[in-house]
Design a binder for this molecule. Sequence first.
Ligand code: GDP
Length: 294
Amino acid sequence: MFQGLSDKLQETFKKLKGKGILKEADVNEAMREVRVALLEADVNFKVVKDFVAKVKERCIGQDVLESLSPAQQVIKIVHEEMIDLMGGATGKILVAPKPPTVILLLGLQGAGKTTHAAKLANMLKKQGKHPLLVACDIYRPAAIKQLEVLGEQIKVPVFSMGQEPPADIALASLKHAYQNGQDVVIIDTAGRLHINEELMDELRAIKTTVKPHEILLVVDAMTGQDAVNVAESFHKEIGLDGVILTKLDGDTRGGAALSIKAVTGCTIKFAGTGEKMDALEPFHPDRMASRILG
Ligand code: GDP
């Protein structure tokens, strides 16, 4: 994960450490390299510009340049600003005061929605909750089947009503959960290849009908800035409470992880790190930054 970015930044910092005393010009040169590394990792252009300006401003102060280990100070500042870039609460689901807690999952086709609906159910089950998975992707019979197979695997019930309107299915699922003692309802919705009005109308109808406590967008980290654009559109059209960033186990460059919060204001709450049911982690900006900086 983020190997290219990680290697480039480590190379830059190695050079800095080798210098001992730092001059302003050394910091400027290092920041130029940081800028290139971030852009190559597909981080949003404006995010990179603001990030480098902030780090530079803090690094060029007398305190840093005249400190005993200026290179360490620069690295520390980059680390702190990187955490800030991705920052916010991690891995927490808002629990409704009166059950069931309703979680609505959105996203484009292939992002990992169905897989992550099940992973989330699995995680909540391990925390002592009684989740219900709800199949609202009515366009692909295979999607309902996929959710049923995953539900079976993790021993979580799946609610489906075939091709009925998704908002009706979602509403009926709440009643079903209430009657069966299920305290969390996780609604898997249909995706599309691209964002379109029909999809947004359908999601708005579900949102209005069931008033979710958490609306989470599932986006594929491998798609870089496209993931950021998708998050921006969904947030504007529907309103998001957080993001699940998937496929972080793949060869992602880091652009999505480092840009989503800064561009959209939405926190990345969870990270998907594989196809298995336990490959879901709370997203920790500090750990992520440490991983990137090595
Ligand atoms: P949906 O169309 O958004 O519901 O996407 P799916 O849940 O069907 O996932 C699409 C594909 O991505 C499937 O083959 C999943 O196994 C795979 N997938 C989902 N999440 C992850 C992940 O975190 N890592 C990896 N490597 N594959 C994933």
